[in-house]
Design a protein around this ligand. Structure first.
Ligand SMILES: [Zn+2]
Length: 155
């Protein structure tokens, strides 16, 4: 059985989203072996919450590409650093509440510096181009800027 849930409200709070996901999973559990696909939403908050529930098979989202189209790069280093202290919380609803309280900024402020978007990122963009170069591409409205940022965001 394949179950997908779509049209997640992008402004849905962490607790509401987790409650919704848990209700869906509870509904399909009797049939066991259900593949659960999550689509829609897809912000780092949504992905973190979904990753806490092992029953979700796949997550589909256009979030990294929507951000890239606006010239915005994701910064998952900050997200992971900020949520590290709460990762040991077992209760998913308590975890969702805590995530709501500390939700970090997940975007890189692209500067004119000779450094990659994220120093720890292994993507093609971060390995080969600096923020200064990306900033220049953005200023001259070069399409490659959006493509490189999309590569980073999706990696
Ligand atoms: Zn990268």
């Amino acid at each position: 059985m394949i179950l997908g849930f779509d049209n997640l409200d992008k402004d849905m709070t962490a607790r509401c989203l987790m409650t919704y996901i848990m209700a869906v999973l509870e509904a399909v559990k009797p049939s066991a072996k259900a593949d659960v696909f999550m689509s829609g939403g897809g912000s780092p908050k949504h992905l973190i919450l979904a990753s806490r529930l092992n029953e979700i098979t796949a997550i589909e989202t256009d979030y990294p590409f929507r951000l890239a189209n606006q010239g915005i790069a994701l910064n998952l280093e900050l997200v992971l650093k900020e949520i590290a202290p709460i990762m040991t919380i077992q209760d998913p609803l308590v975890f969702a509440d805590k995530l709501e309280e500390i939700y970090p900024d997940d975007r890189v402020d692209i500067k004119s510096i000779d450094a990659p978007l994220m120093s720890s990122c292994d993507c093609y963009c971060c390995k080969n181009y600096s923020q200064a170069y990306l900033s220049h591409l953005m200023e001259v409205k070069e399409l490659n800027a959006l493509i490189l940022i999309a590569i980073h965001n999706a990696t």
